[in-house]
Write a protein that binds this ligand. Structure first.
Ligand code: PMP
Ligand code: GLU
Length: 397
């Protein structure tokens, strides 16, 4: 079967692939602890589910406007004003089927062959492939653990060329948990302000931030930056709504109109029922978000300590999101029987096969010296899973 050249240039999402593999092993009866895909283990709060049930009962089950209902757009507008002091019109907001879909649509309407898109590494797995599918070239900027996995203004400056169309920022970060401070964002904004480039600010983890830190959006730096920024967000992470598939973008009217046009020729509107649930998520009681963040913080402390206690592994304490990114290259060259560990993929396979623990290789996020674990899972699994990792590492010679 001949497939398009385009589709051969990308790989399946590794985070989703690993989770599927772990679930298949579980179905065969193996005991697997999953630190794979980043998905809150909490249930969607009841008041949000109720809004969806009300929508179904009221017959709100038909097509809606392609870019989302006015009610959802207004809820997004209110949220961005309340949280970041940003003001947008309805024509500057579009809702899609998850933030991944939002990012995909944005890339399709903005980038093409000859363009460059700056992506700091470690990056979320899908950024690269989403950009590659447009024909544009991802320009990966490697950040270091010493800099807390944050891109410096001079690194950004050096990465920009006449071909650069955009830079993708993600704070707090998947996979490192690094969160930029207001000053750090302002310093990056200064570089952006001098150039004709856009910022795609993926704020999906903005609510999941710890230790009294607060999220600061690059769009809030000033009108000039707001005009160059597309804010991307969604309800998946903050409200434990991964399956509902609602994401959104806010930014310049022309870009939003293009995304809406593209959407009119592929998905049409995002699910009507999920839109109603998302209105409730954004406008209703925010108490459950704070409670989930408190629980994530407890888990973070336990997993970071447990991993740092394993000889050969070390990790920074993440400031946000629900991932830890331990360094594992100290184990490279070691073996267990026939198995030799020479890469993050070797280590991840060893942990899955020998310890029944699913993690994602750092190579998929642009740094082979690390692995990623999601701690959006129960405390029991964190304790048991890190115990298994410890035992498996101690078996290496
Ligand atoms: N951006 C980042 C950084 C993510 O980790 C995710 C997780 N899937 C997404 C975007 C997309 O989330 P969703 O499509 O569920 O809204
Ligand atoms: N964003 C999550 C992760 O990185 C969910 C899976 C995905 O969409 O990639 O694990």
């Amino acid at each position: 079967m001949k497939l398009s050249q385009r589709i051969t240039k990308i790989k399946p999402s590794p985070t989703l692939a690993i989770t599927m593999k772990a679930n298949a092993l579980k179905a065969q009866g193996r005991s697997i602890i999953g630190f794979g895909a980043g998905e809150p283990d909490f249930d969607t709060p009841d008041h949000i589910k109720e809004a969806a049930v009300r929508a179904i009962r009221a017959g709100f089950t038909k097509y809606t406007p392609v870019g989302g209902t006015d009610e959802l757009k207004d809820a997004v507008i209110e949220k961005l004003r309340r949280d970041h002091g940003l003001s947008y019109k309805r024509s500057e907001v579009v809702a899609s089927c998850g933030a991944k879909h939002t990012l995909y649509n944005l890339a399709q309407v903005l980038f093409e062959e000859g363009d460059e898109v700056v992506i700091p590494a470690p990056y979320w797995v899908s950024y690269l492939d989403i950009v590659v599918l447009t024909g544009a070239r991802p320009v990966v900027v490697p950040t270091s653990e010493e800099n807390g996995f944050k891109m410096t203004p001079s690194q950004l400056q050096e990465a920009l060329t006449d071909r650069t169309r955009a830079v993708i920022l993600n704070s707090p970060s998947n996979p490192t948990g690094a969160a930029y401070t207001r000053r750090e964002i302002e310093a990056l904004a200064e570089v952006v302000a001098r150039r004709d480039v856009l910022v795609i600010s993926d704020d999906i983890y903005e609510k999941i931030i710890y230790d009294g830190l607060s999220f600061f959006s690059i769009a809030s730096v000033g009108e000039e930056l707001k005009a160059k920024t597309v804010v991307v967000n969604g309800v998946s992470k903050a409200y434990a709504m991964t399956g509902w598939r609602i994401g959104y973008a806010a930014g310049p009217e022309e870009i939003i109109a293009a995304v809406t046009k593209l959407q009119s020729q592929n998905t049409s509107n995002p699910t009507s029922i999920s839109q109603q649930a998302s209105v409730e998520a954004l406008r209703g009681d925010q108490g459950p978000v704070a409670e989930m963040v408190r629980r994530f913080a407890e888990r973070r402390d336990v997993i970071v300590k447990a991993l740092n206690d394993i000889p050969g592994l070390s990790c920074l304490c993440p400031q946000g999101a629900f991932y830890v990114f331990p360094r594992c290259d100290g184990l490279f060259g070691r073996r267990a029987g026939e198995t030799v560990i020479n890469s993050s993929s070797d280590f991840a396979s060893y942990l899955l096969d020998e310890a029944g623990v699913a993690v994602v290789p750092g190579a998929d996020f642009g740094n082979d010296a690390y692995i990623r674990l999601s701690y959006a899972t129960s405390m029991e699994d964190i304790v048991e899973g890190t115990k298994r990792i410890r035992e498996a590492v101690l078996r290496l010679t």
